[in-house]
Design a protein around this ligand. Structure first.
Ligand SMILES: [Fe+2]
Ligand SMILES: [Fe+2]
Length: 266
């Protein structure tokens, strides 16, 4: 038996939430989705994910919301992790950090695990994501053969290295964080599905989701700027996985990139 899984790339602010609202029901129908996962580290106006953004996603049938470095930007987002086990953050933050690094999802077809990891190259020097995976996988494998990893990382090489390291040990490694979808989706020899970055679900008339002026000034002046979520040219990015429930291997992977509905066309 197979199970169909949809993973939605970093949702940025209200524009990202709106396009998910617009297209998720039809995607779930088209691909006969059993489990939906979304990266929500930027859902709350670019900064984390609070109950306000998570509730409509859960109402749409999202089973798990993963996080990343921006999960910590808002106090409410941190607090939310304590209360909602379906919202997770990268596992390899230091012991004692709020929240959980994985969640088990019960679907009518069976249980799956969603694991969130974060890279360290050009990012905060947190614990090793490779060792964190080694530690947690035996525990998850007692529950299910299907383990979907959100690898939230800046460096392509670190994501590829982790995917090769985990080939045959997890169902898929889906890269997030860079907000630019890569066209390298594939299945590794031992059955692990992979994409370097799932992409951004949000406004593309921007610098990775934020208004361009502040982003440009940050690079020119090398000083902090007030970021605001941009608005135009919204896209939804996702990856579809067909997975063999008995083996936990990915048998099909497809990259999805949907432009916003053109409100001006008839
Ligand atoms: Fe992000
Ligand atoms: Fe990020």
């Amino acid at each position: 038996m197979t199970i169909n899984i949809l993973f939605i790339g970093d949702i940025v602010g209200q524009p990202g939430l709106d396009i998910v609202q617009m297209y998720l029901p039809s995607l779930q129908k088209k691909y006969r989705i059993d489990v939906t996962i979304a990266n929500g580290e930027n859902a709350s106006d670019g900064k984390g994910c609070t109950e306000k953004e998570a509730k409509p996603l859960f109402d749409l049938g999202v089973h798990a919301i993963t996080g990343g470095n921006h999960t910590w930007d808002k106090h409410q987002s941190q607090e939310y992790l304590k209360a909602e086990p379906r919202a997770i953050r990268p596992l390899n933050y230091p012991k004692g950090t709020f929240g959980n690094g994985y969640v088990l999802v019960n679907s009518p077809k069976g249980k799956i695990a969603v694991l969130n990891l974060q890279g360290r190259a050009f990012m905060s020097p947190i614990d090793c994501p490779f060792r964190a995976a080694d530690w947690v996988l035996p525990k998850l494998k007692q529950e299910t053969k299907v383990v979907i990893v959100d690898m939230h990382a800046e460096a392509t090489a670190e994501k590829l290295a982790l995917a090769n390291y985990l080939d045959g040990k997890v169902t898929a490694v889906i890269g997030t964080h860079t907000h630019i979808q890569t066209s390298d989706e594939r299945i590794f020899p031992n059955g692990t599905g992979y994409i370097t970055d799932c992409g951004m679900t949000g406004p593309y008339d921007s610098v990775i989701g934020m208004k361009t002026d502040a982003a440009i000034n940050r690079f020119i002046y090398q000083t902090p700027q007030k970021y605001q979520t941009a608005a135009g040219n919204v896209h939804l990015t996702a990856v579809y996985l067909k997975v063999d429930l008995e083996t936990g291997k990915t048998v099909e992977i497809e990259r999805i990139f949907i432009p916003e509905f053109d409100k001006n066309s008839s």
